[in-house]
Design a protein around this ligand. Structure first.
Ligand SMILES: NC(=O)c1ccc[n+]([C@@H]2O[C@H](COP(=O)([O-])OP(=O)(O)OC[C@H]3O[C@@H](n4cnc5c(N)ncnc54)[C@H](OP(=O)(O)O)[C@@H]3O)[C@@H](O)[C@H]2O)c1
Length: 205
């Protein structure tokens, strides 16, 4: 299993969605500043799925394509799901099953290409279901609280960070609530691309 996360401090509970969008746009410049489209999204667009017009640098596109090719399911929390407007039913990666941790299952769920499952009995259960759905592919974990819970429970194998050179003034911290023990990481790969550095770590267990 891998987790794809960014050092995203935008989106504190006190911020409005508009402010979140304004802050976070800077973090996503590298998705649009290049000339290489992402095949998975191009194919989704050709099926009529509404997807962002990603155009990355060549080296970022390689990292991104690898993530998509290797992924078999996604787990996230209800807040990310709500902020994203449920991705219109198509999930963050169209076609991949999505597992949403929540205490309250929404009444209305949009229909699209991705199968949505709402999990109310804890992070271990969400990961177990996602692993079963992913088969021999990895499970991606999105947001802040769910990766933190996974780290605490010893469920994460890898962390991938797409590091953008900006310090945001406020927001949700990715690496906190991890307990008092250090968590050792081993650097697997560093790809320095225009506007973003892709870092990949193994969680030492
Ligand atoms: N940069 C990026 O690529 C990226 C991608 C995704 C998200 N983000 C950022 O991540 C932030 C959102 O992450 P977040 O950590 O604040 O929220 P989150 O993990 O998306 O959602 C938290 C919510 O999920 C539910 N939940 C989490 N764990 C649960 C459990 N074990 N059992 C039951 N329900 C559980 C709870 O919702 P309920 O109690 O309401 O059901 C909880 O309030 C935003 O700021 C967003 O910008 C960034």
């Amino acid at each position: 299993m891998a987790v794809t996360v960014k050092l995203d401090r935008a989106g504190a509970t006190t911020m409005t969605l508009h402010v979140w969008a304004a802050c976070s746009m800077r973090l996503f410049d590298w998705y649009f500043d290049g000339d290489t489209p992402i095949r998975h999204y191009q194919e989704a667009a050709s099926r009529g799925v509404s997807v962002p017009p990603f155009k990355l640098s060549g080296s970022s596109a390689e990292v991104f394509e690898e993530l998509i090719e290797g992924g078999g399911a996604v787990v996230t929390g209800r807040r990310t799901y709500d902020i994203a407007g449920a991705w219109g039913g198509n999930g963050p990666l169209p076609g991949l099953p999505l597992f949403v941790l929540t205490h309250n299952i929404p009444e209305h769920v949009p229909h699209g290409e991705s199968r949505y499952t709402f999990v109310t009995d804890g992070v271990e259960s969400a990961i177990e279901h996602a692993k079963a759905a992913a088969g021999d592919k990895y499970v991606s974990v999105m947001g802040a609280s769910v990766p933190q819970q996974c780290l605490r429970a010893g469920l994460l194998d890898e962390i991938q960070i797409h590091l953008v050179p900006v310090l945001l003034g406020a927001g949700v911290r990715l690496f906190e609530h991890l307990g008092s023990e250090s968590i050792e990481l081993e650097t697997i790969r560093v790809v320095d691309s225009p506007g973003v550095t892709h870092l990949r770590f193994r969680v030492v267990k």
